[in-house]
Ligand binder design. Sequence first.
Ligand code: HPA
Length: 272
Amino acid sequence: MDFLQYQESAKAIQNRLNGFVPKIAMVLGSGLGGLGDLVENPIYVDYKDVPHFKPSTAPGHKGRFVFGTLEGRPVAVMQGRMHHYEGYSYEEVTCAVRVLRLLGCETLIVTNAAGCVRTDWNAGELMLITDQIKLQSESPLRGENLPEFGVRFPDASHLYTPRLQTLARENAKKLGLLLREGVYFYCYGPQYETPAEIRAVRVLGGDAVGMSTAPEVIVAAHCGMEVLGLTLLSNMAAGILDQPLSEQEVLDAGAKAKKTFSALVRACLAEL
Ligand code: HPA
């Protein structure tokens, strides 16, 4: 996509917003899209109605934006995201982030469900993402750089904004929630990892493993957005427990953690 096409996507959405300007973009992962239903004065825009966009096909993902206010803050909630495993290029996976940036978003809150790699943590717990590892496949920034968004070789020392990490820590404490902290390791799926792959991930420094987030965060940081990443550790990663992994387990965990997860995200939002 060239810059003009990003602008066309943004313009088409803007025409639906009656002057509303979102400041905080939120990407909600598997089973966590419910937060989007709490947005006040919502304006819904289906991905399929946005030029240059592809619909999201993953289960538990609605495939639309919800614009409105949450905790008094102007938000753009993505209920559903695109994944590489659905067949989308990384450019398609991350397109919405750039469009939301053009619409006015300065912050990205990104949530996901992921497998828990640490054997001393438990499924159902929440994790603050402090950094990420994406060693597999190409960068979403591969190809001609669009300088309107950012530089050719962007720094990645602080993809997850330290100030927002502090905010999440403080709010988890206030709410009495256990918030783990760790590194999100990206594996593009759609098959869950093998036990051997999980052992490799552990050696390489991953604490959670998942199929999303890392591409969007690279693109958000490239175009100057601050990022807060929160993970629901929906299941123990492959090989830790003597049982197969299933999508149902991930969705059930999302449903179960919905309340605490929403509470944490809302508390952080209120202070952004
Ligand atoms: N692996 C990869 N992605 C995931 C997992 C997992 O164990 N759980 C939820 N998303």
